[in-house]
Design a protein around this ligand. Structure first.
Ligand code: HEM
Length: 500
């Protein structure tokens, strides 16, 4: 039999009664003097914090990265040195759904990992797709407004979604991925994940290469059809969370093999398209995968709110040996996450245990809401100081990054090397016949409620990616294929004008 522990109020004083309010007489009203009741109600009213603006629904687990190969010629980061074992926390998420959304929706999946390295935290905030929809930060809030709820009806809107996607042709490859069988993974364990952006690595000699991060599932890829997903969502909205939790509880730890792709600065200068455009693929044939190690998840959180809901990741958290790139989309993200977290969790969110670095943190940030760690006591709060307190370390500075050209608002579509349909067409051509058919049926189903102009716009894009892709989508969406071919002859502006 359990021996009950004593209940106290927030100040540690014993609580006499947790069931019966203090009333004036046996059938009378509640009195203000029931301060324990006031405390309970007031706390409850403040328990909800803002959900993440996107990626609101998620599940997390702790794990470790074990480096089994030697990539020290590319990076000096301690977390990536041969034999290094680094503890971590990963949160998986859907993007469009709110905090209570069902897990098995057609969507991309976020995969954010915090590596607690000996040089501070490195956060890799990626997705289960190798590229992204869009490539300019300006479009990001609009993307989310288009895929989330319509301001008039309060409902999700396929019309808004497809209108936005098809007005920006760079979305095409990602649309193809999301509409393919990979759009609804069978579990988080059965999908790959990627850093998506071009990052940089630099070694002890401060020599830089550009790099992409890939994590390939060792459980094998498995996906759900629309029908399977609908049946699961009707029975269990927390299906992916349950799968991850139960696999870890039974000791069936999910694992991924970590790889990098590397491009030298010289290769980047001569690459046939912009290697810093997040909507573009670096083909494996040209930039082969280089194995790094094994990533494993092996421990469930103790408390969902404390560890999963309050987890805060940002691409701005890098460590010496890992850096950014000229990718304009990545540059925008470097601001967005910390800013969102200062609003969502407060200015001291990096002190929350799941976010806190495992190494000593010596900073001059002070005060702010929920500063509960002693606030560095009597140490100086300014720098430079004569007291010997914390100074910057120039030896960890990133090598200088050469930049070319004048400051301007460049539209990548004006770049003659820009091809928004190459990656989507290449993907179409490697799909097996059953996967092609699924892609066509999923797309036709998803776009069915949209107006014809949008269907034609997408059909023209499909045709530009591959004539067979265009023909089969046109047939499935019951469009006039001759008209699709005519539309595909127009340039971007002409196609928009013809389908607006
Ligand atoms: C300019 C483009 C982007 C902006 C401005 C942006 C902004 C944000 C913001 C504000 C959040 C919520 C953060 C929080 O409240 O803790 C978020 C979450 C997230 N974003 Fe992005 N994002 C962008 C692009 C991307 C891309 C390209 C990826 C993948 C490569 C990505 C992956 C994620 C993930 C995985 C989360 C959830 C993190 C978690 O589990 O806590 N985002 N994003």
């Amino acid at each position: 039999m359990n021996e009950y522990k004593k209940l106290t109020n927030e100040a540690g004083a014993p609580v006499a009664d947790n069931e019966n309010a203090i009333t004036a007489g046996p059938r009378g009203p509640v009195v203000m003097q029931d301060v324990w009741l006031l405390e309970k109600m007031a706390h409850f009213n403040r328990e909800v914090i803002p959900e993440r603006r996107m990626h609101a629904k998620g599940w997390g687990a702790y794990g470790k990265l074990t480096v089994t190969r030697d990539i020290s010629r590319y990076t000096k980061a301690k977390v990536l040195q041969p034999g290094a074992v680094t503890e971590s926390f990963t949160r998986f998420s859907t993007v469009a759904g709110e905090r209570g959304a069902a897990d098995c929706e057609r969507d991309i999946r976020g995969v954010a990992t915090k590596f607690y390295t000996p040089e501070g935290n490195w956060d890799l905030v990626g997705n289960n797709t190798p590229t992204f929809f869009i490539r300019d930060v300006h479009n990001f809030s609009d993307l989310n407004r288009a895929v989330k709820r319509d301001p008039h009806t309060g409902r999700r809107s396929a019309q808004n979604n497809w209108d936005f996607w098809t007005l920006l042709p760079e979305c095409f490859h990602q649309i193809t991925v999301v509409m393919s069988d990979r759009g609804i993974p069978a579990s988080f364990r059965n999908m790959h994940f990627f850093g998506e952006h071009t990052f940089s690595l630099y070694n002890e000699k401060n020599e830089r290469v550009w790099c992409k991060f890939h994590f390939k599932t060792q459980q094998g890829i498995k996906n759900l059809t629309n029908g399977e997903a609908a049946a699961i969502n009707g029975m269990d909205r927390e299906y992916h969370g349950k799968d991850l939790y139960e696999a870890i509880e039974r000791g069936d730890f999910p694992r991924w093999t970590m790889y990098i792709q590397v491009m030298t600065e010289e290769q980047a200068l001569n690459h046939y398209e912009n290697p810093f455009d997040i909507t573009k693929i670096w083909p494996h044939k040209e930039y082969p995968l280089i194995e790094v190690g094994v990533y494993e998840l092996n421990r469930n959180p103790e408390n969902y709110f404390a560890e999963v809901e309050q987890a805060a990741f940002t691409p701005a958290h890098v460590v010496p040996g890992i850096g950014f790139s000229p990718d304009r989309f990545l540059q925008g993200r470097l601001f967005a996450y910390g800013d969102a977290q200062r609003y969502r969790l407060g200015v001291n969110h990096n002190h929350i245990p799941v976010n806190r670095a495992k190494v000593e943190v010596n900073e001059y940030h002070r005060d702010g809401f929920m500063r509960v760690d002693g606030n560095y006591g009597a140490t100086p709060a300014y720098s430079p100081n004569s007291a010997g307190y914390w100074t910057a370390q120039p030896e960890v500075a990133e090598p200088p990054m050469a930049i070319d050209g004048a400051m301007w608002r460049y539209d990548p579509k004006d770049d003659p090397t820009d091809d928004c349909f190459r990656a989507g067409g290449n993907l179409w051509r490697v799909l097996a016949e059953d996967k092609k058919e699924l892609l066509i049926q999923n797309t036709a189903g998803d776009i069915a409620s949209c107006t014809e102009n949008i269907k034609y716009r997408h059909a023209a894009h499909c045709y530009l990616a591959d004539p067979e892709y265009g023909r089969r989508f046109a047939e499935a969406a019951k469009l006039d294929f001759e008209k699709v071919k005519e539309l595909s002859k127009l340039d971007h502006k002409g196609l928009i004008a013809a389908t607006i």
